[in-house]
Write a protein that binds this ligand. Structure first.
Ligand code: DX5
Ligand code: ZN
Length: 212
């Protein structure tokens, strides 16, 4: 399983140092939460900061869009060449076209589902994307409690992917810690995002405990 620290929990006063530290401590991806104050009630990172993160990081970037105008933000962040750009199904009427647009930039498209959003909503999209990001908290803030029925959802998704797209990865985001990582792995998670758990301790040690 790959580990992607969410930099939302980093100290933004010394962001370059923080990015270098998590990369040196053995993370696999750097997860960037982009919030626009509309899709979610929080405002975070824009292109100026993402550019600095991209320069400091030795690991691929994983950009998680929590925005209303996905098209606009894809154009804004594509120049930083992230490995993934994920967008929410709840906010995209033309998910197939957007996935194709992301792929045309040479970036892997990923779809995100809020905790209450049914897997049916992405059934016919699965063959066009490289990753499904399953939210295990309501998006907007770090440090929330893991919603436990996410485990059932991930298992169902795994079965669905066997049929529709066995190469598609499963990522989980929100409330991930040493307490649920083993269950998540058993359910079929390929990439675990963790913010407050990693940044509230010794980074190397915390990343190591997530490698179950
Ligand atoms: C929530 C974000 C998450 C969040 C994870 O909207 O998408 O990436 O920062 O933080 P923790 O691990 O603290 O729940
Ligand atoms: Zn996220």
């Amino acid at each position: 399983m790959l580990i992607a620290p969410s930099i939302l929990a980093a100290n933004f006063g010394k962001l370059e140092e923080e990015i270098k530290a998590i990369c040196e401590c053995g993370c696999d991806l750097v997860h960037i939460d982009v919030m626009d104050g509309h899709f979610v009630p929080n405002l975070t990172i824009g292109p100026v900061v993402v550019e600095s993160v991209a320069k400091a990081s030795t690991k691929p970037l994983d950009i998680h869009l929590m925005v209303q105008n996905n098209n606009f933000f894809v154009d804004l962040f594509a120049p930083f060449k992230p490995k993934y750009i994920s967008f929410h199904i709840e906010e995209e009427k033309h998910s197939n076209s957007l996935a194709q647009k992301i792929r045309n930039y040479g970036i892997s498209p990923a779809i995100v589902l809020n905790p209450h959003t049914s897997l049916d909503s992405i059934y016919y999209l699965l063959e066009y994307i490289d990753m499904v990001l399953v939210m295990s908290v309501n998006p907007g803030f770090g440090g929330q409690k893991f919603i436990s029925n996410t485990l059932d959802k991930i298992k169902e998704l795994k079965d669905m992917l066997e049929v529709r797209n066995p190469n598609c990865l499963i990522e989980v985001d929100g409330g991930v810690s040493d307490e649920n990582i083993l269950e998540l792995k058993k359910s079929g998670v390929d990439i675990a995002v963790a913010g407050s758990y990693i940044f509230s301790g010794d980074y190397k040690e915390r990343i190591k405990t997530l490698r179950v």
